[in-house]
Design a protein around this ligand. Structure first.
Ligand code: UDP
Length: 324
């Protein structure tokens, strides 16, 4: 099988590419290196079956050529990370909606399978725990830029399902919950890599708000396993499915566990939201996936324990520091 991965030099995409090559599949990566980086795929260059292109997933002729040359497209290219979203709302909306439209348009010509990566952000501030795929979406006002991200990804889902209905493009939509692991950078605001680098540097671990907000963190290796199974499951076509781990932790609890795992003496510092984010930001209090549909569909759900996930991120960052 040959798999086209948009955003393939990104965090999840590069792990997916590696896993596909390991099992003997071929991979074509497209990335504009906006948040992805060559460091993520450098070790793959030269491996049999690996090809990459630097370019935009908004470029229809380029995307069409790549889609045509592959059996399936895994569309991961997107504007990600809370910081980027709040600082560059135009870029976020245009990238997220435009790239998905381009990929689906290209796939429509030969009705090729497209896996569309969405996000748990689309559930918005729903208080119904856990979040199930058929739940109503509860987004905040347009004056708060965070919701532009959620809304752009929800539109991606609508587009994917519309292409299936109207143009018979087989699509699978996955809503990723907080996905973490080796190679993820804290540059765009993600909490776990930030906490680990702060702890390793002996700097204060910055917990935003009161730290009572909680998240469920899934290992990127589990996310990759779910992607591989979903693109191979005929029953997944036309479905929207949560991909996440349901082990919940408060952000303050996460800070404590990172401090323990690193043996750091860093202080844990509470930072008010007004200092942490520009105006127009609203945080989510709890976010827990209902993973029954995923498990039913592919016989798998992310289960790597948080302790293991933290240990992997710490080991990765230590190795990078040592290499410098
Ligand atoms: N957060 C934090 N310190 C940081 C970065 C994030 O306390 O340095 C908090 C953030 O406010 C949120 C949670 O950690 O409550 C998860 O943030 P992230 O940006 O990783 O993902 P989100 O779930 O918000 O998309």
């Amino acid at each position: 099988m040959k798999v086209f991965i948009t955003g393939g030099a990104g965090f999840i995409g590069s792990h997916l590419a590696e896993r596909l090559l390991d099992r003997g599949d071929r991979v074509l990566v497209l990335d504009d290196l906006s948040t992805g980086t060559m460091d993520n795929i450098q070790h793959l260059i030269g491996r049999p079956g690996f090809e990459y292109r630097i370019g935009s997933a908004l470029d229809l002729p380029l995307v069409t050529e790549c889609v045509d040359r592959c059996d399936v497209t895994v569309h991961l290219a997107a504007a990600v990370g809370v910081r980027l979203i709040v600082e560059r709302p135009v870029h976020t909306i245009e990238t997220n909606v435009g790239c998905t439209e381009t990929v689906l348009d290209a796939a429509a010509k030969k009705q090729k399978l497209v896996f569309v990566a969405s996000t748990s952000e689309v559930y918005g501030k729903s208080g119904k725990i856990p979040f199930s795929e058929e739940d109503d979406l509860q987004l905040g006002p347009t004056s708060h830029s965070r919701w532009a991200y959620a809304c752009s990804k929800a539109l991606d889902e609508w587009l994917a399902l519309a292409y299936l209905r109207e143009k018979k493009v087989p699509v699978v939509v996955a809503r990723f919950f907080n996905t973490v692991g080796p190679r993820q950078t804290g540059r765009y605001g993600m909490v776990l890599p930030n906490f680990v680098s702060q702890a390793l540097a002996g700097e204060p671990i910055t917990v935003f708000g009161t730290g009572t907000q909680s998240r469920c963190f899934g290992h990127v290796f589990d996310a990759v396993e779910a992607i591989l199974r979903l693109i191979a499951a005929p029953a997944a076509v036309g479905q929207v499915v949560n991909v996440g781990n349901d082990e919940e932790v408060t952000i303050l609890g996460l800070a404590e566990r990172v401090r323990e795992a690193t043996g750091s003496t860093s202080e844990i510092r509470l930072v008010p939201y007004s200092e942490a984010y520009p105006e127009g930001f609203e945080d989510m209090h709890r976010r827990v996936p209902d993973v029954r549909k995923l498990e039913r569909m592919i016989g798998f759900r992310p289960r790597t324990p948080l302790t293991q996930i933290i240990a992997d991120v710490v080991a990765d960052q230590r190795a990078r520091l040592a290499a410098r």
